[in-house]
Design a protein around this ligand. Structure first.
Ligand code: MRU
Length: 349
């Protein structure tokens, strides 16, 4: 991975396919520094996903698709290399199902077009990866349109982690709903949980909403209950990494606590996610693999130790919110409500 001098646009793009390679905004350096990395091989893309240079379920999916296209571009023996390329990308992060969904889709395009010869199939893979990126933006705008009517006017929306433009190809899922509500003329503001330990709320959600001029207040995660009880929060909107057939939702660790607190205080709890985040092969959230990340993310902040050396650490990156806490799941095809086993299957078609 190297840092390019390219991409001097005003609207920051999360990820782009360029003649030099796959260019991503470096989310590990925001908000202090707006810099970009260029991945020139599929292994560099895999490394960027693992290190969370790019993160957020839909963005990981787009990156993986572009990674497959890059790998194919460099390969002299596609038939032998395709499984290795796909496997390398699939091993990066286990929870976000969009990663596997995107790789499967690219594998399908390869299988359907390999009879055309290596050059044609490489071109088709690049085209498909770019299509997945563009499609994602359109999907998020549709999620926004479907979700905006649910957001109470004149109230505050609480969100956890970053399910925004940075977590997708653009516009965002949960933040897409917020953006669409603002575009509809609703007078809302946002409370953003800082989201320990990786600080996606403080570093990324606060950054992108501030850039958009959407009034945002940053709170630490342990303040959520206090504000949910206060009556000022009209609803909670979060994203998702994987949704099981029964509507159980895996999302950034801490989401479950917010959902329980929301129910306790009668505040609607909405999940905004594309259909590609549904994993109907899993009956319940108990089957969702939860990524365990390095303890250093908890013991250190920006390289500075905040805990004694040698302390034992647990760092699950996600938790599962049981469906009974989820008021509705907002997708590009419509809004699903309980019983989710029926409503999600209907939407998935
Ligand atoms: O570990 P991360 O930053 O990839 O986790 C991101 C989240 O949990 C998001 O809420 C989720 O991926 C949805 S993004 C539209």
């Amino acid at each position: 991975m190297s840092t390019p001098a390219v991409l001097t646009q005003t609207a920051v793009e999360t990820i782009a396919w360029t003649p030099e390679g796959v260019v991503m905004i470096d989310q590990t350096r925001l908000p202090n520094e707006t810099s970009f990395v260029t991945c020139r091989t599929h292994t560099e893309v895999a490394e960027a996903i693992r290190k969370m240079v790019i993160r957020g379920a839909p963005a990981i999916g787009v990156a993986a698709a572009m990674g497959v296209a890059l790998g194919a571009q460099k390969s002299q023996n596609l038939e032998a290399d395709m499984p290795v390329i796909c496997e390398t990308l699939a091993k990066t992060r286990p929870t976000a199902v969009n990663l596997f969904w995107a790789i499967d889709r690219m594998r399908g395009v390869y299988e359907a077009n390999k009879h055309l010869g290596p050059d044609a199939v490489r071109a088709r893979l690049i085209e498909e990866a770019q299509h997945i990126r563009e499609e994602d933006i359109a999907i998020n705008e549709a999620i926004g349109r479907n979700g905006a009517p649910l957001v109470p006017d004149g109230k505050t929306v609480l969100t956890h982690c970053n399910a925004g433009a940075l977590a997708t190809a653009g516009y965002g899922t949960a933040l897409g709903v917020i953006r669409a509500a603002v575009e509809m003329g609703k007078k809302i503001d946002v409370f953003a949980d800082e989201t320990r330990p990786f600080l996606q709320g403080a570093r990324l959600t606060a950054w992108e909403l501030q850039r958009d001029g959407i009034e945002t207040t940053l709170i630490t995660d342990n303040m959520a209950g206090h504000f949910l009880k206060s009556g000022r929060i009209g609803c909670v909107v979060v994203g998702a990494d994987r949704i099981a057939a029964n509507g159980d939702v895996a999302n950034k660790v801490g989401t479950y606590s917010v959902a329980v607190l929301a129910k306790e205080n009668g505040v609607p709890f909405y999940v905004a996610a594309p259909i590609s985040t549904l994993d109907l092969s899993l009956e319940s959230g108990d089957e969702i693999p939860i990524e365990e990340r390095a303890g250093k993310e908890v013991t250190h902040m920006r390289g500075v130790a905040v805990a004694p050396e040698g302390i034992k650490v647990a760092n699950p990156a996600f938790d599962v919110t049981p469906n009974r806490y989820v008021t509705a799941i907002i997708t590009e095809r419509g809004v699903a409500r309980a019983p989710y086993t029926e409503s999600l299957r209907k939407l998935a078609g």
